[in-house]
Design a protein around this ligand. Sequence first.
Ligand SMILES: [Zn+2]
Length: 209
Amino acid sequence: MIERIVAPPLGANVYLILDEKKALIDVGGDFSFIHRAISKYVDVRELDYIILTHTHFDHASATNDLREVSKAEVMLHEKEYEFAKVQNFSSSFFGIDFPSFEADRLLNEGDEINLGKLRLRVIHTPGHTPGSVCLYDEDEKIMFTGDTVFPNGGFGRVDFPGGNPALMIESLKKLTEFDIEVMYPGHDEPVNNANEHVKISLKFARMFL
Ligand SMILES: [Zn+2]
């Protein structure tokens, strides 16, 4: 029901969720790649939602093309959409074209995205970017963590525009309050015993940030 797709250009994880609603968490930066990859599982026009954990180009620059072809609703945190308008659409910071996209639903802390069996709660976790989010299902105890937290003590970089070390520590602390069995990170392999991984990330962040 959850398929992991590793997307170019930087190996960001895209998760395709095949529930009553079909949702993609992040899209990567290469439209034709992701279109092909999704088509192995589902007709792209059946995609209901595109949910962005944040708007770095390696996770999000294929959004506009995919939205146009699939007619899926694009959702992201309200602060991240503001951030994208200032940073990503206008700059060639990474030397990569990032076509601007329309958002269909702006998310906030505590919002719920109902996919059928999975109901994803929006957890606002700024630090890597101002509107980064993690998405949590309380029944399944799974969390999609974007570039906020990675396995084995990793966490997202805070030295890009919009990054903030103090907020990163706050966000990691917030995540230790959730009961998480499986973490689906924005890079790297998903892991079990996610609570332990998050604790180590918080410890490392406090040591190094
Ligand atoms: Zn990122």
